[in-house]
Design a protein around this ligand. Structure first.
Ligand SMILES: Cc1cc2nc3c(=O)[nH]c(=O)nc-3n(C[C@H](O)[C@H](O)[C@H](O)COP(=O)(O)OP(=O)(O)OC[C@H]3O[C@@H](n4cnc5c(N)ncnc54)[C@H](O)[C@@H]3O)c2cc1C
Length: 417
């Protein structure tokens, strides 16, 4: 492990100053103006797999620099390559690093999803094997959870892992797997017992994406970008020591991954970086700023946008204080995504018939159309709007739960498509 040793006695504010100084000297500041945001939206349309590969390589190189400078895995124990500092130090790093470019794709998923799951549920050998490469930027990860028949109802998954000598043979199909075609490792869920209720027969596996039988095929979306995949698993050998947690105990491990995924997703307030002045200018440019209907839609959008921002702050404060915000995250995510719907539709509606154009023929190179077409990613990913409403209804408002007729039945007997 060759990262700079952490300064053990350093208090949070001294650490913050050291982090800020290093970032200012080494990191690339991201412009937060609306023109940059629009350029980013239009750039996704023409992105090729080679462009994505270059981005992944850059993200890994950046992660390596962060590691070498002693800022990777701030709250991760030193024996696994981290800095062994506190959650408050980690929060200070996140705040200082926010204005700068961040690693994306499999590098980000490794840090955000794989690392906490392995740290909490892994064996000593798994932690020593997998955490250092994540922190060094050597290994990128993807999440192989959803299936064509199991998304919101994740526990209904049917990818199977059969015991085979020294491990498992996995067969099935996954879908919507972000960056699976560029990942080195995958967090995979498979059914290992069909004779118990659905939540109790799932095992969580750490899968080498280079293993024969793993095939990730990118899916191109309406926006033109293709970072999702359908992933086919055909007789894939997974060794016994790749089980994370207990065999058939995967549902408990999943909760760590989903909690961390939701924590990342609540930060979706706003319109991909297009600021309020740019909206006002967009309405003015199309002669709509003085019409009552537009003013009403804009006022509604602005009010909800601000409310969601304040609620997000409350959640951030709770996290900083070490308090789990629980189902409040669902309120913020839902508010944020309804806002995206309101705003994305308005951005295109304001253009009238020209709203049907795309790419360079359209206003601002088609940025507003990209915002419109891309709205379903945040509205579905990390739990759909309907699922957030269920969570709010059941866990905040105390409404009666949905009938769950398959909860106590052996999965083999549950009717499926
Ligand atoms: C941006 C993004 C990134 C993603 N990344 C990954 C990834 O890396 N790995 C991965 O495995 N998956 C990933 N997914 C998949 C994601 O988890 C699923 O799309 C999501 O869970 C919804 O499942 P589904 O698409 O199968 O829709 P379904 O669950 O089939 O839902 C279809 C419709 O029915 C509604 N519905 C379903 N159940 C209920 C209910 N009980 N009550 C009311 N309405 C209901 C839904 O709200 C939705 O409108 C990603 C998705 C997106 C959009």
């Amino acid at each position: 492990m060759c990262s700079t040793p952490p300064v053990q006695s350093e208090d949070v504010e001294r650490f913050r100053a050291r982090a800020a100084g290093w970032l200012a000297a080494n990191a690339e500041q991201v412009a937060h103006d609306s023109n940059t945001a629009k350029a980013r939206l239009t750039a996704t349309a023409g992105m090729t797999v080679d462009d994505q590969r270059a981005e992944v390589a850059a993200a890994k190189a950046w992660q390596r620099r962060v590691f070498d400078a002693g800022f990777a895995g701030i709250a991760v124990p030193a024996e696994y390559g981290g800095q062994g500092l506190t959650a408050a130090h980690a929060a200070a790093w996140r705040e200082e690093a926010a204005p700068y470019a961040r690693p994306a794709g499999p590098t980000a998923l490794g840090n955000a999803l794989a690392l906490p799951a392995i740290l909490h549920h892994g064996t000593e050998a798994q932690k020593r094997r997998h955490i250092p490469p994540i922190l060094r930027g050597d290994a990128g990860w993807c999440q192989l959870f959803s299936e064509p028949g199991a998304g919101s109802d994740l526990a209904g998954l049917t990818t199977r892992a059969e015991p085979n000598g020294d491990g498992w043979i996995v067969t099935g199909q996954k879908v919507w797997n972000s960056f699976a075609h560029l990942a080195d490792w995958g967090l995979l869920l498979a059914r290992t017992d069909w004779d118990v209720p659905k939540h109790r027969g799932i095992t969580y596996l750490l899968v080498d994406m280079k293993e024969p039988g793993v095939e990730a095929r990118p899916l191109r979306q309406a926006t033109g970008s293709a970072e999702f995949n359908e992933t086919f698993l055909t007789d894939v050998h997974v060794p016994a020591d790749a089980v994370l947690g207990a065999v058939n105990g995967g549902w408990g491990v999943i909760q760590t991954t989903l909690t961390n995924e939701r924590a990342g997703l609540t930060g979706i307030i706003g319109f991909s970086g297009i600021d309020w002045d740019a909206w006002v200018e967009h309405a003015r440019a199309h002669g709509a700023l003085d019409t009552a209907v537009t003013r009403d839609r804009m006022a509604r959008m602005y009010t909800r946008w601000r409310l969601a921002g304040w609620l997000q702050q409350r959640i951030d404060d709770a996290r900083r204080a070490g308090i789990d915000p629980g189902p409040q995250s669902s309120v913020v995510k839902l508010l944020g995504t309804i806002d995206i719907d309101l705003g994305a539709s308005l951005g295109v509606d304001l253009q009238g018939a020209a709203g049907m154009l795309a790419g360079n023929d359209a206003v601002d190179g088609g940025a507003w159309q990209q915002l419109f077409l891309g709205q379903w990613s945040p509205r579905i990913g990390g739990g759909t709007e309907q699922i957030q409403r269920n969570v709010i209804g059941e866990r905040i408002l105390g409404l009666p739960p949905e009938p769950r007729t398959d909860k106590d039945r052996p999965f083999r007997e549950v009717l499926r498509n």
